[in-house]
Structure formats: C-alpha cells, structure tokens
Design a protein around this ligand. Structure first.
Ligand code: G4P
Ligand code: MG
Length: 177
C-alpha cells in the first residue's frame, strides 16, 4: 500500500477553519498574515476567509531558484518594501508543513529582525520527529492543525490528476483500521 498521506483541498479547508477557531479562542488577534511560499499560499488564502487580514507573501525554499537542493533555506522572494510595516504588528505566519523546521525557523528569525510585536506560527501538518532547528524563544504561540508521523504528505496543489489524488485519499481512509 502507498504509505504517503494524501490530503484533499477539503481537508486543508477544514484544518484551516479549525485553526481559525483555535486562534480566536486563544485571544490572538493578528494584524497581518505572512504566507511562506509556496506551500503556505493556499492555506493563507483560506485563512483570510476566516480571519480577514492582509496577506504578505515571502518565498523561502530549500530548493533554490534553479530547483536544486541548496542545503540551507534561501530567500526566493522577500518582502523588502513591506517588511518595515511589520514593526509593532501581530503576525500570523502560515506554512503547510513543519518538517525539519529549518525553513520555518529561518523565516521566523528573519521576520523578527523587523520588530513585530508578536509572531504566531501556523502549519497544517506537524511531523512528529526530531527537528533540525528550534523556534526562537520569542515564539510563544504555535498552531499545528494535524500531528502526523514522519511520512510524505501529498498536497492537492502538487497533483497532476486531482481526481486520482482524491481517489487515493479515499482509499487511504477506507484502508485505515
Ligand atoms: P520546514 O521548516 O517547514 O520544516 O521545512 P523544511 O525545510 O524541512 O522542508 C523542506 C521542503 O520540503 C519544504 O518545501 C517543505 O514544504 C517540503 N516538505 C517537507 N515535508 C514535506 C511533505 O511531507 N510533503 C511535501 N509535499 N513537501 C514537504 P520548500 O522548499 O519550502 O518549498 P515549497 O514546496 O513550499 O515551495
Ligand atoms: Mg513549504
């Protein structure tokens, strides 16, 4: 059996909705959303439906512009002209997956240089595994929607054939004991 975790658009939507409620209940009221591209773009846009705040996009990737593994996170696109606007703001930082945490912690550290009031980190999936990096101590709020094992997650936006992707999700559900 395919051990990959197939996730549908509906799963993502429901996970974001759940997190929006948790964020509200926690008392955190963000001023802006920062989406880490590319995986964080679609979750961030869905979050805007529930928490209507402006979205700033940053592009950080383990794979450089030439799509080769670089060994370190790289800025593909950065919010140079707006990063000053983060000063004093409560930031909701959104990515799709917390895997090794290398990209996420790098992004957090870079954003912290611009004196936001607070940064909360939101991910759809957190892989329960030994992480290669820790969040800086300034990160007090962390919202993972789903805890998963160290397995490969197939996101719907990477699918070539979305019907096939959803069918694999369905058979995964049916095979669950
Ligand atoms: P982290 O800080 O969020 O844990 O990310 P890490 O550097 O460990 O991840 C390296 C890249 O691998 C990231 O992509 C991340 O999205 C991707 N990745 C990690 N685990 C999975 C998984 O199970 N499924 C999929 N589909 N991707 C995974 P990136 O370089 O940021 O690029 P992008 O894909 O977001 O554009
Ligand atoms: Mg990513």
């Amino acid at each position: 059996m395919d051990s990959k975790l197939y996730v549908t658009y509906n799963d993502i939507h429901k996970a974001v909705r759940k997190l929006a409620r948790e964020i509200e209940e926690s008392g955190f009221d963000p001023d802006v959303i920062v989406a880490i591209g590319s995986g964080g773009f679609i979750p961030a846009r869905i979050m805007k439906t529930f928490i209507n705040r402006p979205i700033f996009a940053v592009g950080i990737s383990y794979y450089g512009i030439d799509n080769k593994p670089s060994g370190v996170p790289q800025k593909i696109q950065w919010i140079d002209e707006v990063e000053k606007k983060l000063a004093g703001k409560k930031v909701l930082l959104i990515d799709e997956v917390d895997d090794t945490r290398a990209t996420l912690s790098y992004c957090v550290s870079e954003l912290l240089r611009h004196q936001p009031r607070e940064i909360a980190v939101l991910v759809i999936h957190n892989k329960k595994k030994k992480k290669n990096a820790d969040f800086p101590a300034e990160i007090q709020r962390y919202f993972p929607a789903v805890e998963v094992g160290d397995q490969w997650i197939k996101y719907p936006w990477d699918a070539d054939d979305i019907e096939m992707h959803d069918a694999k999700n369905k058979s995964m559900e049916e095979n669950r004991v």
